[in-house]
Write a protein that binds this ligand. Structure first.
Ligand code: PMP
Length: 438
């Protein structure tokens, strides 16, 4: 057992940590599919940390790459100068992006990737002499991180309200695609709901189409409840954005790097956006890293305009950091060598079967899943929304399983190295825990 340190000085992210202070749960080590808790227990990682450790924990190839890089070249500025791994890592990412999306801008997190993508969208229009295109469109229940860009386009009402005075002006939101009170129990993509993309036409009609810069959606909304896009929905968004010269951004911070059984949701659904935001799985979360993949004509237009004095002022001290790019190269090499995206696809039927065994079980009103991600919707406890899921999370942890909860959804998104017996264990533990909850 590891002693719990003084907890008075750390300001933990988000404020819902009261429970934690009463009964601290600390993670002190991790290897493969398992965390070790401070009290010496093995915890099966049912969520890849925060949907990010897709290749499993403590991968020696990544550890060695980072440590070699730290000893050799700890830091290099990313402005007007470079280092080899930044170029190599950009090429490696470009190789697994949809055809043509082969210009890569490095960031350090998902929130930064979102801000970067929104700025690139505006810069592109400006570079083409369409500087009036500044309006942005997000979607209800979209989560795009915690920067001002991300919360402006994000679809979490209380989040927007809390900072309403400082949000980006000129943002509209599409409706989200799921009626959570309705039992859908979708295996993969729901049949119903593609027409909701047509709401984009309503928003376009409200404003002049030539004032709209971009639409940003998570192809699969993760953090707000695992909402799989209805069949045809993304295709319709793509058709409408193309019709009006609006850029389409897919936020693939969660759906990228194999989660759905393909390199990207874009590839899986056969819909190519103009920009893709990435983070989490890009470095297997070993060091903070993010990226935006951009169509090369967008890159060329923006870079070309700088010759005419229209600058795109954007970049981070740590863009393409040597440690991050070394980690990215080692991570992408593991995905490729171990064919982990294909593995996720081939495990998906077993995952689907195990997840849907929960259907009809105590408190379970809906099970949604695709690839290696599932959302289990619980009936809210009367007068205490979210309480059941929070209790299930705690009890699962105490039973040796890490899941995630948001509202009344339990989310499961294990590392892609999971095996079939561990998949059964995940859902059997959840079923057993739900039986003990009022
Ligand atoms: N976009 C999406 C879709 C996400 O899921 C997240 C994080 N959960 C973010 C952006 C923000 O990423 P970060 O926390 O790395 O800033």
């Amino acid at each position: 057992p590891v002693k719990i340190p003084d907890m008075s000085h750390l300001w933990m992210p988000f404020t819902a940590n009261r429970q934690f202070k009463e009964a601290p749960r600390l993670l002190v080590a991790a290897k493969g599919m398992y965390y070790t808790s401070h009290d010496g227990r093995q915890i099966l990682d049912g969520t890849s940390g925060l949907w990010c450790v897709n290749a499993g924990h403590g991968r020696s190839e990544i550890v060695e790459a980072i440590s070699r890089q730290a000893a050799e070249l700890d830091y290099a500025p990313s402005f007007q100068i470079g280092h080899p791994n930044a170029f190599l890592a950009a090429s490696a990412i470009a190789q697994i992006m949809p055809a043509g999306m082969d210009r890569i801008f490095f960031t350090n997190s998902g929130s930064e990737s979102v801000d970067t993508a929104l700025k690139i969208a505006l810069a592109y229009h400006r570079a083409r002499g369409e500087g009036q295109r500044t309006r942005l469109i997000g979607r209800e229940r979209g989560y795009h991180g915690v920067g001002f860009g991300g919360i402006s386009v994000g679809g979490i009402g209380p989040n927007r309200k809390a900072f309403s005075g400082a949000l980006i002006p000129g943002v509209d939101h599409l409706p989200h695609t799921h009626d959570l009170s309705k039992n859908a129990n979708s295996h993969g993509q729901p049949e119903w709901g593609a027409h909701l993309a047509d709401d984009l036409e309503r928003i376009v009609a409200l404003h002049d189409a030539s004032t709209i810069a971009a639409v940003i959606v998570e192809p699969m909304a993760g953090s707000t409840g695992v909402l799989i896009p209805p069949k045809g929905y993304l295709e319709r968004l793509r058709a409408i954005t193309e019709k009006y010269g609006i850029l389409l951004i897919f936020d693939e911070v969660i759906s990228g790097f194999g989660r759905l059984g393909a390199a990207t949701a874009s590839e899986l659904f056969g819909v190519t956006p103009d920009l893709i935001t990435l983070a989490k799985g890009v470095s297997n979360a070993s060091v903070p890293a993010g990226a935006v993949a951009v169509k090369h004509n967008i890159h060329d237009t923006i870079v070309g305009a700088s010759a005419k004095g229209i600058e795109f002022f954007h970049g981070y001290t740590y863009s393409g950091h040597p440690l991050a790019t070394a980690a990215i190269l080692a991570t992408l090499d593991i995905y490729k060598r171990e064919k982990l995206f294909a593995r996720a696809a081939s495990l998906s039927p077993a995952f689907d079967t195990a997840a849907h065994k929960l259907e009809g079980g105590r408190h379970v009103i809906d099970v949604r899943n695709l690839g290696l991600v599932a959302g289990i919707e619980l009936a809210p406890r009367p007068g205490a929304p979210g309480a059941r899921a929070a209790e299930a999370f705690t009890k699962c942890f105490d039973q040796g399983l890490m899941v995630r909860y948001t509202g009344d959804t339990l989310a499961v998104s294990p590392p892609l190295i999971i095996d079939e017996s561990q998949i059964s264990q995940v859902f059997e533990t959840i079923a057993a825990v739900l039986k003990t909850i009022d």
